[in-house]
Design a protein around this ligand. Structure first.
Ligand code: ADP
Ligand code: MG
Length: 352
C-alpha cells in the first residue's frame, strides 16, 4: 500500500556534454505532493521528462508502481506509463472546447463512460459551466485547470506539473496554488511539481527536493529543508540567509556579536574549528542600545513587517526582521539578541 508510486534510482541524463541530471534518486509516495525546487537550468524539467518517458536516462532506472519503465534496454513510452504531465505552457488544443480538450485522452473507453468521466473531471477541476468554451475564452487559471482536468481524466497514477503557476498573474498565483493543492489532496492524486519559487514549494508540498546543477542536494519536509539545510546552497534556496564567521570554543560559537549556541548538521564540532553560522531574519532581535556594537544601515518598511540591514563591527551585514510598530531608523545603534533557545547551524568553511 505504501509502495512508491514513482521511484527514480540514480538517474543521469546527458545531452552530449556534462550531465544535466546527475545521479538523482527519490521516491514519490501515494497521495504525496513533491516539489522540485531549484534555479533555472538546474535540471528540474528534465527530471519530469525522464519520469514521463519523453527522455531516457543514460544511467539509472525509473519505476512506476514497481514496474520498470526506464532502465538498461527498457523504455516504456509515455502513453503506457500512466503518468500524466501538465506542461508549462498547458498545451491546450486552441480549436477544441473545454469538453473536447478534457476528453482527448479518453479514446480507449466507450462513449457513455467517457461522458461520465468528463462530467466527473469537469466538476473536480471546478470547470462547471465552461464545457463549451474555447481556451482563448478562459482566464489563465481556468486554462490551467483544463490542462489539469485533461491530464487526470485517464486516471494516471501520478501527475507531473512543470512550473504550474508561471503563466499566471502574480495576484492569482496564491489562489491558484491553494486550488491546485485542494484538487490534488481532495482526490489523493500523487504529484510532482517543479518550481523556482520557494514560497510555492513551501505552500503546497509535503516534501521538497532542492536541485542544483543537475544534482538533488536534499529532499525532505519543508520544515527540515528550512531549519536543517544540508548545505548553504539549500539554505539560500529555502529562505533569506546570512552567514557569520565563528570559532567553536567550549561548545559555543564565538562571534563578533557574542557567544551563540551552535549545532552542526554533519557530526560533532571540534574545538577551535572555524565555521560559518546560518542566520535567518528571525534569529536576532535588534534592540536599541547606545553602546551597541552594531548599527542599523537600511530600514525596509514592508507593511506587514520591517526588515533591517544591520552592520556588525567587522562591516559584515545581516538582515533582521522586526515588527512594524516601531521600526528602527538607519543610524540607530543596536545590540543583536538571539531568539531564546535558538541553536545556530554551523557549516564548515569549505562548504559553499
Ligand atoms: P530547469 O527546468 O531546471 O530550468 P532543464 O531541465 O530545462 O532545467 O535544463 C537543464 C539543463 O539541460 C540546461 O542547461 C538546459 O540548457 C539543458 N537542456 C535541457 N534540454 C536539453 C536538450 N534537449 N538538449 C540539450 N540540452 C538541454
Ligand atoms: Mg524548466
Amino acid at each position: 500500500m505504501n509502495d512508491p508510486v514513482i521511484e527514480c534510482r540514480r538517474i543521469t541524463k546527458r545531452y552530449g556534454g556534462g550531465p544535466v541530471v546527475d545521479d538523482v534518486s527519490f521516491v514519490l509516495r501515494p497521495s504525496e505532493i513533491l516539489a522540485l525546487l531549484g534555479p533555472s537550468g538546474s535540471g528540474k524539467t528534465t527530471v519530469l521528462r525522464l519520469v514521463a518517458g519523453f527522455e531516457s536516462p543514460e544511467e539509472g532506472e525509473v519505476s512506476v508502481l514497481g514496474r520498470l519503465v526506464s532502465g538498461p534496454s527498457v523504455h516504456v513510452p509515455p502513453d503506457r506509463r500512466h503518468v500524466g504531465m501538465v506542461f508549462q505552457e498547458y498545451a491546450l488544443f486552441p480549436h477544441k472546447t473545454v469538453a473536447e480538450n478534457v476528453t482527448f485522452g479518453l479514446h480507449r473507453i466507450g462513449p457513455r463512460e467517457r461522458e461520465r468521466r468528463m462530467a466527473e473531471v469537469i466538476s473536480l477541476a471546478r470547470l462547471d459551466g465552461l464545457e463549451g468554451r474555447y481556451p482563448h475564452e478562459l482566464s489563465g487559471g481556468q486554462q490551467q485547470r483544463v490542462a489539469l482536468a485533461r491530464t487526470i481524466a485517464p486516471r494516471p497514477v501520478a501527475v507531473l506539473l512543470d512550473e504550474p503557476f508561471s503563466n499566471l498573474d502574480v495576484g492569482m498565483r496564491r489562489r491558484m496554488r491553494r486550488e491546485l493543492a485542494g484538487i490534488l489532496r481532495g482526490n489523493g492524486i500523487a504529484a510532482i511539481f517543479v518550481t523556482h519559487d520557494r514560497e510555492e514549494a513551501f505552500a503546497i508540498a509535503d516534501r521538497i527536493g532542492v536541485m542544483r546543477d543537475g544534482r538533488l542536494e536534499q529532499m525532505d519536509t519543508p520544515q527540515v529543508i528550512y531549519n536543517a539545510p544540508a548545505a548553504p546552497f539549500v539554505a539560500r534556496m529555502a529562505g533569506t540567509s546570512d552567514f557569520i564567521d565563528a570559532e567553536v570554543r567550549g561548545g559555543l560559537a564565538v562571534t563578533e556579536v557574542g557567544k551563540l549556541p551552535v549545532t552542526s548538521g554533519n557530526g560533532a564540532l571540534s574545538e577551535g574549528e572555524r565555521v560559518k553560522l546560518l542566520v535567518r531574519p528571525d534569529d536576532f532581535e535588534a534592540l536599541p542600545h547606545e553602546k551597541g556594537p552594531s548599527v542599523v544601515r537600511v530600514q525596509e518598511f514592508l507593511g506587514d513587517t520591517t526588515v533591517l540591514e544591520v552592520e556588525m563591527p567587522s562591516g559584515a551585514t545581516l538582515l533582521c526582521r522586526q515588527r512594524s510598530y516601531w521600526p528602527l531608523a538607519p543610524g540607530t545603534r543596536v545590540a543583536l539578541v538571539p531568539e531564546t533557545d535558538k541553536q545556530f547551524l554551523a557549516f564548515s568553511e569549505s562548504q559553499t
